[in-house]
Design a protein around this ligand. Structure first.
Ligand code: EPU
Length: 421
């Protein structure tokens, strides 16, 4: 198992380039199952979750080719409309193929994901939305089996709770349903908008993506991307991770090829904490921070609120801020696993239910720590960069799920970080 060795204490300086978004590329790849024609995607990050999703697409019988960030998929025939447990257990986002498979094939068999480190993560909302579209679903032997032999029909769907992949799953099903679908209380994440943009390029008719009501007029067939390629948006969570890294190490970091508009909530909190964040161009951000940072409270929310995927990294930053910051996690029930590891590095954190109280500033010192999930690992990397002495992070396969070449990118900005294989 790979580990990271970090010698902390060096400010990050220079420029760092953002990759395409993992959480946008995952549904985009699933959307390729909606057509027999070729779909070409650009700027697909080369991370483990994407490899898992491509394996899943190959498993259905589709042809996949990949060259650097360009992925070309043709699902001419779908021989196996199923997502087996072995693939789903390593990546919950596999449930994104449920909607496209039942819409295209009239049948789908997708393993139930089970819990994960950050929470229970059920897919009941995906299931009930697909039932509204006329699919019959039943659960057996750990799998969801969906059937819609006569095809799906448009319907009014109201999500009781905002779900990102649930919105994406049902959006992909609705584009091939007969008639109009209205999705109410839809997720407004930029990844949903990016998926809608791809589907429209494939011939779908969608209005309102990015708002909480999405209207879809179903079509009998979708096309491929027809000579053009769909370019995946910048990864806003990677961008945010680098912004926080720049502030925490008191560096001067230019982050390029990103979309500042997707990070307004984080940028506002960084300003409140005393960091300076500017936009030298429409697709770049520059971060600098004074020695003295102030504590700031955050509450995670659906987009455009403060992203839960940046909560762990922000907690690492708050260990360096003066005062007590209250960090409230409202999206997932168990997303504080990093707190104990940060405490081993010298942080003063108390967890009370869904709230973490971080009292700072506490100087961090390098230690041996264990990564428990994707974003928790990112927070430990940031803490290691800021700590004095040596940090060894175990189980970095978690970080490899979602960050492309993170150690090379950070090393390019002056970090002393090395992978131990
Ligand atoms: N929920 C249900 N039932 C459902 C679906 C969700 O109760 O059927 C609950 C979840 O348990 C959670 C809340 O609703 O408490 C929101 O979950 P959501 O469905 O929005 O999460 P997700 O779609 O499984 C995506 C991202 C996550 C991100 C969340 C929240 C992808 C592939 N994953 O997950 O990304 O944190 O939305 O924004 O897009 C990450 O990248 O680190 C990551 C975990």
């Amino acid at each position: 198992m790979d580990r990271f060795l970090i010698h902390g204490g060096t400010p990050l300086e220079g420029a760092i380039l953002v990759s395409g978004s993992k959480n946008s590329a995952l549904p985009a790849i699933a959307a390729c199952l909606l057509t027999g024609e070729t779909v070409t995607l650009d700027r697909v990050p080369q991370v483990r979750d994407i490899r898992t999703m491509l394996d899943l697409i190959r498993h259905t019988g589709a042809e996949v080719s990949q060259e650097e960030g360009r992925v070309t998929i043709q699902a001419r025939e779908i021989a196996h409309p199923e997502a087996p447990y072995d693939l789903v257990k390593t990546m919950r986002a596999s449930s994104l193929v449920l909607g496209p498979l039942v819409a295209r094939c009239g049948v789908a068999r997708v393993s139930l994901p089970g819990g994960c480190a950050i929470g229970a993560r059920p897919i009941n909302l995906h299931v009930s939305a697909l039932e509204h579209l006329g699919a019959e679903l039943r659960q057996e032997h750990g799998y969801i089996e969906a059937r819609a032999p006569g095809g799906l029909r448009g319907a009014e769907i109201h999500f009781d709770r905002i779900t990102v992949t649930g919105t994406e799953d049902v959006l992909m099903a609705a584009v091939l349903a007969n008639g109009e679908t209205v999705i109410d209380n839809a997720a407004r994440e930029p990844e949903v908008v990016d998926l809608a943009r791809l589907l429209v390029a494939m011939g779908a008719s969608i209005d309102g993506a990015g708002s909480s009501t999405i209207r879809v007029r179903g079509a009998a067939k979708l096309s491929g991307t027809r000579g053009a390629a769909h370019s995946i948006i910048a990864d806003r969570i990677e961008t945010g991770t680098f912004l926080i890294a720049g502030a925490l190490t008191r560096g001067d970091l230019l982050i390029t090829d990103c979309d500042p508009g997707h990070l307004r909530a984080l940028i506002a909190k960084l300003h409140q904490a005393g960091a300076e964040v500017t936009e030298p161009s429409p697709d770049s951000l520059r971060v600098r921070a004074p020695r003295k940072l102030s504590s700031v409270d955050i509450t995670t929310e659906e987009h455009p609120g403060f992203a839960t995927e940046l909560q762990a990294q922000f907690m690492a930053l708050m260990t360096a801020a003066e005062g007590i910051s209250f960090i409230t996690e409202t999206i997932f029930e168990n997303r504080f696993m990093h707190a104990q590891e940060l405490a081993r590095m010298g942080a003063n954190i108390r967890i009370e239910g869904r709230q973490a109280l971080v009292a700072g500033p506490t100087p961090l010192s390098g230690a041996q720590v264990i990564a428990s999930d994707l974003r928790a690992s990112a927070s430990l990397v940031l803490a290691g960069l800021a700590a004095h002495g040596e940090t060894v992070i175990d189980r970095v396969y978690h970080i490899d799920r979602g960050y492309e070449k993170i150690e090379a990118k950070l090393a390019g900005a002056g970090a002393r970080i090395r992978r131990l294989s």
